[in-house]
Design a protein around this ligand. Structure first.
Ligand SMILES: NC(=O)c1ccc[n+]([C@@H]2O[C@H](COP(=O)([O-])OP(=O)(O)OC[C@H]3O[C@@H](n4cnc5c(N)ncnc54)[C@H](O)[C@@H]3O)[C@@H](O)[C@H]2O)c1
Ligand SMILES: [Fe+2]
Length: 385
């Protein structure tokens, strides 16, 4: 949390193009990067949904030369990024177009950075922050979740080390975020819920973060309001373009917020759970969200009041806004049917110490309003086993 005397700076956002049909701008946005060829990074799901083909047709019609790497896996690995980079190096100078969810956007950042650093591999992530520039990147998200279009780092799984590494560089922060909600119309309900809850958690953790400032709080408050309103509607009826559009903008604003403020313990636990069980990011967050909020409440009263107000919770009779915020989040999560006990996600009691240790060691946890000890995380995990 901040006060009015804390110095802040805002290195303003990348170009944002938002609206149904905006994908048609892609050829001119590629030309604006100074490159005339495109290296398109996507995944098999986007191929199967016909979205990759729709976008490639737009490039064909405009005569843009391109190559496609479509083998990004959910929770992409260092091996994935290295394979994509080998393909991109062979293709030569180009703008990178990242078409997909957070997995694709994150992998594309790594690929772009490795092309600029021919001797590097993805496992060098910790040392690449000061490296040479990557290729220019245009982000085209097809989920309303991660907000990965707002920042210059990717979360990549180092399978050998069983941990998430952050691969990033200022040059791979997308030059343009091309936000077309039509691309999300076909996202199935379960994926809409998982990605949407990720965005909601970005908003809530950003409000409560030690790194919060006036800008991040403005973004995060509006994000929670938009996501809270639109997510249940988009989940119920995926073809509701209004709800899809509001959710997409909300997720983007939540991304802007987290990029400024950092996150917290829900993400620390979520990353560790995913690394050990392969659980999708949003599902891992949902498993512990209310419990982490309860743990954090003593240090996050104001943030949770803002959360509750953004979710349009009426003033609670007992004045306990934090409890009201947790109840509202529980209701939303229930409507999405997304919360699962850890056992259903492939965890057992023997795994919990490793998850707790991973959560405490994760860089995101350092911004939590109440810093947890490993034993305290273990108790949270035990309660949701
Ligand atoms: N860089 C960041 O700031 C940041 C923040 C949070 C999370 N992440 C990372 O993002 C990843 C998760 O991303 P995600 O939640 O967007 O999921 P995802 O990218 O893994 O996509 C999930 C599935 O949905 C499919 N899909 C995507 N869009 C679709 C569409 N429009 N129609 C039909 N199917 C579609 C994909 O093919 C994939 O199979 C994790 O690796 C997480 O660590 C990054
Ligand atoms: Fe996230």
């Amino acid at each position: 949390m901040t006060d009015s005397f804390t110095p802040v700076s805002l290195d303003t956002v990348c170009r944002v193009e938002f609206g149904p049909g905006r994908i048609g701008l892609l050829p001119e946005l590629i030309a604006d990067t100074g490159r005339h060829r495109a290296f398109v990074v996507t995944d098999r799901g986007l191929r199967a949904a016909g979205i990759a083909e729709r976008v490639l047709k737009i490039l064909d019609a405009a005569g843009v030369e391109y190559a496609v790497y479509d083998e990004v896996a959910p929770n992409p690995s260092t091996g994935n990024v290295d394979a994509g980079a080998a393909r991109a190096r062979a293709f030569g100078p180009a703008a990178v177009v990242a078409l997909g969810g957070g997995s694709v956007l994150d992998a594309a950042k790594g690929i772009s950075l490795l092309v600029g650093n021919p001797d590097a591999v993805a496992a060098d992530a910790d040392h690449l922050w000061e490296a040479a520039d990557g290729l220019p990147l245009i982000a085209v998200p097809t989920t309303s979740g991660t907000g990965a279009e707002t920042n210059g780092f990717g979360v990549i799984e180092d399978a050998a080390a069983c941990r998430k590494v952050y691969i990033g560089h200022p040059s791979v922060k997308p030059r343009v975020a091309l936000l077309d909600p039509e691309l999300t119309l076909g996202l199935p309900p379960a994926a809409t819920a998982a990605t949407g809850i990720d965005a909601l958690v970005h908003g809530i953790e950003s409000l409560a973060s030690r790194g919060a400032d006036a800008f991040s709080m403005a973004y995060a408050g509006q994000a929670v309001a938009m996501i809270g309103r639109a997510l249940p509607r988009a989940h119920r009826d995926g073809s509701d373009l209004d709800a899809r559009a509001e959710l997409m903008m909300g997720a983007h604003l939540a991304g802007q917020a987290l990029t400024l403020s950092g996150l917290g313990l829900v993400h620390g636990i979520g990353h560790a759970l995913t690394a050990h069980t392969g659980t999708p990011h949003g599902v891992a967050l949902a498993a512990v969200l209310e419990e982490v909020m309860e743990f954090s409440a003593p240090a996050a009263q104001e943030a949770y009041e803002q959360t509750a107000r953004a979710l349009r919770v009426p003033p609670p009779a007992d004045g306990d806004w934090a409890r009201a915020a947790v109840a509202a989040v529980r209701e939303l999560s229930g409507a999405l049917d997304i919360k699962r006990p850890l056992r259903e996600l492939g965890a057992d009691r023997a795994l919990l110490p490793a998850v707790a240790a991973g959560a405490v060691a994760d860089a995101v946890t350092k911004n939590a309003p109440r810093l947890p000890r490993e034993q305290e995380v273990l108790e949270i995990l035990d309660a949701v086993l």
